[in-house]
Design a protein around this ligand. Structure first.
Ligand code: HEM
Length: 599
């Protein structure tokens, strides 16, 4: 039926087209409308056939998992929970460990417990390592050429191998001193100001202003954090500038090779803009074309069709984001200025790469940068908010730091085992506001059954990470900020008198599952920990109602006693907004140590 309708349309258009060249504009409009009408009819018939077939597919009488109410054929299209991460928060209580909904022809499985996620995404990792088709974000904007949305297969394996060269546990340990330097520079940078405020305008998703990249207004605090994490990531992935003074003769007498500080600034800014578009588009079915894929073929000039223009610009910018820093790093490396960045390590192991291999490295590098920055910034923003809202927990962490590290030097990463409360503080932040609340969707490669429920081949599989971390059956009073939940019952020697609750450790849960687990988790863990430790060692932080940089009054809506009321940005990456904080260095003595170590 569908084929018949389509061929009828084509014939019809051709006949009319002949006339329309000669006759008036009205006729052309009528033709387009008619063609569109028939195409829509064709699409609806397709959905009808496919949807009915799909409902009949479950073998035997295996049920689909429970889920929200759905309409015949269209499923949960009008109350699409896929685009609202918070919509899943009570699903474990309502539907149990595994739930299901359908959007037109797309099956979506939501895993609400760690056990269910382990059963599918860890134990059968190979069958769930693919990503669902994402027409807008993946195909039209080109993000499926990067690692995070790349389909499972040889190219994805090659990407993972490349990024592991600098992100594996061992490689990360070798980079500890570089993380410490970056955290120390951040703290020293903050010393220059007496107080700061974080506000909506600084978050990439918070305003249309920021979507266009104008993020400089007001709040120094987060923009400084963004700058610090971004510059550090650029260094780890592309290396830093190499100047003639560094001891090498540079051809043509130019002053430097590689990424200059200015290039890094531009890169960070461009990456922010592209990643903002990415986080909005990566949510399942975020754009109409994700629901009706053939819309990708309609001309960009069609009225009311904005997604084609957005996609074209995003694709062009993503190419630039991928190639410009890579080519600069390559130029430096070819002149013999080798460093330890991801791109350098790739060239060391393969000094004469083919164009395909170069393309692979360039996209792997871009993918690692973009996946690693906003997630880490979101985690650290939560840390600072948590400290400002929980003065008691802040004071306990500082007491532990003073006792173990003292006041004559800054904390280091090898202090971590001796600082259990600081570590528990960081974990509690990552539990309270996981940066990636629904992970990145996986895709079932085969039909499967879990707990007696049918999982159809091709289903999008979402791990409800936030729901797992807020499950009251696992974490008592899940919306109360309490680092002691991660301490042993017997307490800790660094802070006698604190009663631990010995609740389940986070493990790698905030970082996803199976073959797609975050390859940057070791780096993120070390980075978030050292930034937190140095920051709490150096500053007292408290909440404030005013953004001192702009003078604008912000209402402090964040309530320490109930993290459910914390305002979060929407999208694939979650970050608390807005909040004001005041910082004060803890003593002149510490200020002198910071200034000395930051040199
Ligand atoms: C607090 C910080 C971070 C969090 C919470 C986080 C979380 C995640 C999550 C949940 C995923 C999806 C995993 C899945 O599909 O099951 C992911 C993927 C990924 N992350 Fe992270 N991440 C963080 C930092 C980083 C860093 C620092 C890097 C690199 C420098 C990085 C690189 C990546 C990459 C490349 C992927 C895609 C992996 C793939 O599809 O094979 N992440 N991350």
């Amino acid at each position: 039926m569908v084929i018949l309708l389509c061929s009828w349309t084509t014939k019809h258009i051709n006949l009319y087209k002949l006339g329309s060249v000669l006759s008036d504009i009205q006729l052309s409009i009528a033709i387009v409308m008619e063609a569109l009408f028939v195409q829509v009819l064709a699409a609806i018939s397709t959905f009808l056939v496919i949807a009915v077939t799909m409902r009949l597919r479950a073998p035997g009488r295996i049920k689909y998992p429970p889920g929200p109410p759905a309409w015949p054929l269209i499923g949960s299209m009008f109350n699409n929970p896929a685009t609202y991460p918070l919509a899943y928060k009570n699903w474990r209580a309502v539907y149990g460990p595994i739930s299901y909904f359908r959007l037109l022809t797309q099956d979506v499985i939501v895993l609400n417990t760690r056990e269910a996620a382990n059963e599918l995404l860890e134990k059968q990792s190979a069958s769930y390592s693919d990503r669902p088709r994402q027409v807008m974000c993946g195909e039209l904007m080109s993000w499926n050429r990067g690692i995070a949305l790349c389909p499972a297969g040889a190219r994805h394996r090659a990407y993972r191998k490349l990024v592991n060269s600098v992100l594996s546990a061992d490689a990360t340990k070798r980079a500890w001193s570089s993380h410490e330097r970056a955290a120390c520079a951040f703290v020293a940078d903050l010393l220059l100001f007496s107080s700061y405020a974080a506000s909506e305008s600084t978050h990439p998703e918070a305003s249309s202003e920021s979507v266009k990249g104008r993020t400089s207004s007001g709040s120094e605090f987060i923009s400084r954090l963004r700058h610090s994490i971004g510059t550090h990531a650029v260094e780890i992935i592309y290396g830093s500038e190499y100047t003639a003074e560094d001891g090498i003769e540079i051809e043509g007498g130019r002053g430097h090779l590689g990424m200059s500080a200015r290039d890094a600034e531009d890169y960070i800014q461009n990456a922010d803009e592209q990643h903002t578009l990415f986080t909005a588009a990566v949510l399942p079915f975020a754009y109409i074309v994700d629901w009706i894929p053939w819309l990708r073929y309609i001309p960009e000039a069609t009225p009311f069709v904005h997604f084609k223009k957005i996609a074209r610009q995003a694709r062009r910018n993503l190419e630039a984001l991928t190639w410009e820093p890579y080519l600069k790093a390559r130029e430096r490396i070819k002149c013999g200025c080798l460093q330890n960045s991801l791109v350098d390590v790739c060239f060391k192991s393969n000094p004469d790469p083919s164009p395909q291999e170069e393309e692979c490295t360039a996209w792997a590098a871009m993918g690692a940068y973009t996946a690693g920055s906003d997630t880490t910034i979101a985690a650290l923003t939560t840390v600072f908010l948590a400290a400002s809202l929980n003065p008691e927990a802040q004071a306990l962490a500082q007491l532990e730091l003073d006792t173990i590290v003292g006041r004559e030097r800054m904390p280091r990463l090898d202090d971590r085992p001796a600082l259990p409360y600081v570590t528990a503080f960081v974990r509690e932040c990552m539990r309270s506001v996981p940066s990636v609340p629904l992970g990145v969707p996986h895709r079932a490669l085969n039909d499967d059954v879990l707990y007696g429920y049918f999982i159809p081949k091709g289903a999008t599989v979402i791990a409800n990470i936030r729901g797992m971390l807020h499950d009251p059956e696992v974490y008592s009073s899940p919306f109360t900020f309490n680092p002691a939940r991660f301490l042993p019952r017997a307490g800790i020697s660094t802070l006698p008198g604190i009663e631990g609750r010995a609740e389940p450790d986070l493990g790698s849960l905030p970082y996803g599952f199976g073959r797609r687990i975050c390859p940057g988790m070791h780096m993120a863990d070390s980075e978030v920990w050292i930034y937190t430790a140095m920051f709490l060692w150096a500053f007292n932080i408290k909440k404030s109602g005013a953004d001192v940089s702009t003078g604008a009054n912000h209402t402090v809506t964040q309530q320490p006693e109930n993290w459910q009321s914390i305002k979060l940005s929407e999208g694939g990456i979650q970050c608390p907004i807005p909040f004001g904080v005041e910082l004060a260095v803890r003593s002149e003595e510490l200020k002198a140590v910071i200034q000395a170590e930051a040199v």
